[in-house]
Ligand binder design. Sequence first.
Ligand code: NAD
Ligand code: ZN
Length: 344
Amino acid sequence: MRALQYREIGAAPEVVEVPTPEPGPGEVLLEVTAAGVCHSDIAVMSWPAEGFPYALPLTLGHEGAGTVAAVGDGVHGLEVGESVAVYGPWGCGRCVKCAAGKENYCQRAAELGINPPGLGAPGAIAEFMIVDDARHLVPLGDLDPVQTVPLTDAGLTPYHAIKGALPKLMPGSTAVVIGTGGLGHVAVQLLRALTTARVIALDVSEEKLALARRVGAHETVLSDAEAAGKVKELTGGIGAQAVFDFVGVAPTVATAGACAAVEADVVIVGIGGGTLPVGFGALPFEVSVKAPYWGSRDELVEVFDLAREGLVDVHVERFSLDEAPEAYERLHAGTIDGRAVIVP
Ligand code: NAD
Ligand code: ZN
């Protein structure tokens, strides 16, 4: 089969021929119907050789959907041909976090060497993929795999971030979304679906701000050194009750802190390495700062329910498997509006 692999530190990913995998005991083989392209992969491909956490070559893609092609010994409850999406943050399935569906916070994944597909284990940007356990599959039913696959990360991650901040997003509140790309343009829609908050979107690109307005942002502000001041102006000097940073570099994290109202939640999702000093007087009183990772299994089901209700609609640009390297180039250049999806 063909797969998109990151083969050498610093090199561009390549489409290569690899053996089609066979499901071992307890595993499921999917024929991939769609795979999303996430900015985290670009971060992974920028890491140096020293301390690089995964074995190479690595088949990319941590947003996956497919039809069940075959099941290994002991797998029950799945029909061959069934359309499913992959819950990506795999855990051990047995610790207290996994028991609560929070496999993203599995206590034993590191110790047991369990990695998500595309982030250690072979990923979804291929004709076929192995899923380690049937519990990591969520039925798609009538949902279109191409439209839905980004929700497994670009939907689930902002959903988890926003769900934690819901108590702050009461009527009359304001939410700020920094970076309205793959995750951020879904975050705007989730905020509109789940809250009555006024949504202010920030980005460095006018095209992304136009997309943010199309998907429901009430206001858009160019993300520069004056952006926090503009958010303050738009909120009568008070600031936002929740700020979600989907970039996470030093300047956006500083903006996030400077936008925050007293008792706000500042949620840093982007992995740009920026940090926010916390201490008395560093931020408005009682601001909480969090840096969450992905989301839980039940939250993925909830996100799909929102999609079934028509409350989230990912803006998707399709690429063939052969065009996958170009999708990464375009994402790196900042010219993907919404999410790139590979259709093998
Ligand atoms: P993306 O490239 O689709 O979107 C990023 C957006 O940020 C783009 O619209 C870009 O124009 C904008 N941007 C860049 N610099 C900016 C700035 N200074 N101010 C405002 N906007 C700016 O990326 P994505 O796939 O949506 O990923 C977003 C971030 O979230 C990445 O850092 C990614 O690694 C991270 N991520 C984190 C998790 C997690 O679990 N914490 C999960 C998935 C992705
Ligand atoms: Zn991702």
